[in-house]
Design a protein around this ligand. Sequence first.
Ligand SMILES: NC(=O)c1ccc[n+]([C@@H]2O[C@H](COP(=O)([O-])OP(=O)(O)OC[C@H]3O[C@@H](n4cnc5c(N)ncnc54)[C@H](OP(=O)(O)O)[C@@H]3O)[C@@H](O)[C@H]2O)c1
Length: 262
Amino acid sequence: MSELSGMKGKTLVITGATKGIGKAVAEKFAQNGVNIAFTYNSNKEIAQEIASDLEAKYGIKAKAYPLNILELDEFKPLFLAIDEDFDRIDFFVSNAMIYGRPVVGGYGKFMRLRPKKGLTNIYTATVGAFVSGSQEAAKRMDKVGGGAIVTLSSTGNLIYIENYAGHGTNKAAVEAMSRYAAVELGEMGIRVNAVSGGPIDTDALKAFTNYEEVKAETIKRSAVNRMGKPDDLAGSVYFLCTEEASWITGQTLVVDGGTTFR
Ligand SMILES: NC(=O)c1ccc[n+]([C@@H]2O[C@H](COP(=O)([O-])OP(=O)(O)OC[C@H]3O[C@@H](n4cnc5c(N)ncnc54)[C@H](OP(=O)(O)O)[C@@H]3O)[C@@H](O)[C@H]2O)c1
């Protein structure tokens, strides 16, 4: 698919590729000859190892940059740093997500939500980071005649997941925002879509207080009787960025192993 799709030599910018879904997405693009500029937050050493591994395995250029998605002013200098190292930007994937202390007041039952604390942080990390990252990416894509943007979303905005109200509502918001972006960036040749994943076995899911329960329920609900893996989403994100998806924009692709309908 890589040669046919003309992906070789293009550049992906992706947030949060030290592990989980982001790491799998970065690897998928690298396998197809795409250069990778990715961000880390706390795992600098791991990020540098990943960059070296991707370069050695796939003969592409890969570089890691620090970014805290709660500090939206960091996006401008991030992209300026990427400009120094890469000659073009073709794809942007808004993937990183906060967990732990910053989501206190946002991850929890409805009556415990604290709009001014964790809930606002989840908005910043989900919608704010998508907007700030996509704006910077779009300016660069415009210079090369277009590109593709994908935001990660979650089926927790379609079905009830305990304690997930803060994340679920912000995923619904980022899907809506991606449709607005799709309409307005289309004239630059930029397509914008979302991939809405069902539960995927990553550290973010392990941070759920009811992780074992969610895992068991996912396997039970899944039409293919198993838990989701990061690679299950990586192929869809990649597809949406290829020429094969040239008429797909403003859409959310639900990739959930059949769990949502059940
Ligand atoms: N797991 C699921 O079930 C699932 C399902 C559907 C959609 N999603 C979505 O997929 C995306 C990735 O989730 P995941 O499960 O792969 O997560 P993950 O394995 O926990 O990875 C999170 C990534 O985000 C980075 N990060 C954490 N805090 C950050 C901050 N303040 N600023 C910048 N980066 C930060 C981490 O970097 P460091 O390691 O350097 O700290 C890491 O690279 C999220 O948008 C999530 O909502 C997940």
